[in-house]
Design a protein around this ligand. Structure first.
Ligand SMILES: Cc1cc2nc3c(=O)[nH]c(=O)nc-3n(C[C@H](O)[C@H](O)[C@H](O)COP(=O)(O)OP(=O)(O)OC[C@H]3O[C@@H](n4cnc5c(N)ncnc54)[C@H](O)[C@@H]3O)c2cc1C
Length: 317
């Protein structure tokens, strides 16, 4: 067995990648199949994800659009849909700022294919990102919609938005490598997209996992304490039983003996407003100590990057 300290990584590099590369990189965390990424692997991976309905993977890329329209009736028709999972702001006369994931934009069109603004957005996205729309749109794409103009807002422009818009439209992905008790708590936050290493698909007896289970060191026990020895023994015994079960059962059956201390990977993708909420709850005195162990240093990183938004939070209050 292997014992590691918990850590996190802000997935900033993915912000510079195309939507497909980003989605594949995140999606493969579930299967821990990052070794299968090649220059050609994104398209078939994404097609297969969409076909199998593993839809949360397509939440891992967010786009921000500026939509200009001629008449208020076009906007009213859109607002009457009460669009779900999109962030929408009026930023000028007859001008909207809309952010959403690939999934949110796909499902917006699936549910409302006759609404003019929705069609304009689908036409724009479908012509630039055909992979995400090939199963939804006619082969030759949609006609341009008169009276609506759609354009992409680049990430640098999103970063330059005033704080009240930045906080809603800027999304940040963080990879947590922590124990499963902590990820179980993180995933209680709802306006967030997640992908997690799956104990159903990962078989820890394989070479790529070192033929062993990785556990996260609990911060509760000192290294040379009796409690730590007991914890270590419990993990070692569990690993033996898990590996024995795998000789005759599937990973999803064998995992039933795995404990909270198992290492897992979780990508957490949310806008800054939700991160603000998460930090308030998860760095406070009442939060679980192993949660604070990762959330407090992560908050400091966010404070460096977005001081106007996060400076007001005092961890530990
Ligand atoms: C110290 C601590 C102890 C806890 N103990 C327990 C426990 O013993 N048992 C337990 O089950 N949970 C526990 N939790 C989890 C807690 O109850 C929340 O589920 C979790 O913190 C998610 O936060 P949230 O519900 O505020 O908001 P999020 O899900 O992060 O949502 C953000 C915001 O969206 C809005 N929102 C989202 N969904 C809805 C909705 N359906 N209806 C209305 N508004 C919504 C709210 O305005 C909310 O503020 C604990 C959390 C903490 C921090």
């Amino acid at each position: 067995m292997k014992v590691i300290a918990p850590y996190f990584e802000i997935l900033e590099d993915l912000d510079k990648q195309s939507l497909s590369i980003r989605i594949e990189a995140c999606g493969r965390i579930c299967y821990k199949s990052e070794d299968k990424i090649t220059p050609e692997s994104a398209e078939p991976f994404i097609r297969s994800i969409i076909k199998h309905g593993h839809n949360s993977v397509t939440e891992m890329a967010v786009l921000t659009l500026k939509v200009l329209y001629d008449t208020e009736s076009i906007a009213n028709q859109f607002f009457n849909l009460m669009p779900k999972f999109l962030l929408v702001d009026r930023i000028g006369k007859k001008e909207l700022l809309i952010s959403g994931s690939v999934r949110a934009f796909r499902e917006l069109y699936q549910a409302n294919p006759t609404v003019k603004m929705v069609k304009a957005v689908a036409e724009y996205l479908g012509s630039r990102h055909p992979l995400f729309y090939e199963d939804l749109l006619p082969e030759r794409g949609l006609m341009k919609q008169e009276g609506v103009h759609v354009e992409k807002v680049p990430l640098e422009a999103v970063d330059a938005l005033p704080a009240d818009l930045l906080v809603k439209h800027r999304h940040v992905a963080v990879l947590f490598v922590v124990n499963r008790a902590i990820t179980h708590e993180i995933v209680r936050h709802r306006p967030v997209s997640y992908l997690q290493e799956s104990q159903r698909y990962c078989r820890y007896s394989q070479d790529k996992f070192g033929n062993e289970i990785t556990f996260v060191k609990p911060m509760f026990f000192k290294d040379d304490s009796a409690e730590y020895s007991l914890w270590e023994k419990a993990m070692r015994d569990t690993e033996k039983i898990y590996l024995k079960l795998l000789e005759t059962s599937s990973p999803q059956a064998a995992r039933t003996v795995l404990p909270n201390s198992c290492k897992t990977e979780l990508i957490t993708f949310a806008n800054l407003l939700e991160w603000l909420h998460i930090f308030k709850l998860r760095t406070s005195k009442g939060a679980e100590p192993s949660m604070r162990e990762v959330m407090i240093p992560l908050l400091h990183k966010f404070q460096e990057k977005y001081p106007s938004i996060f400076d007001g939070i005092q961890a530990g209050t």
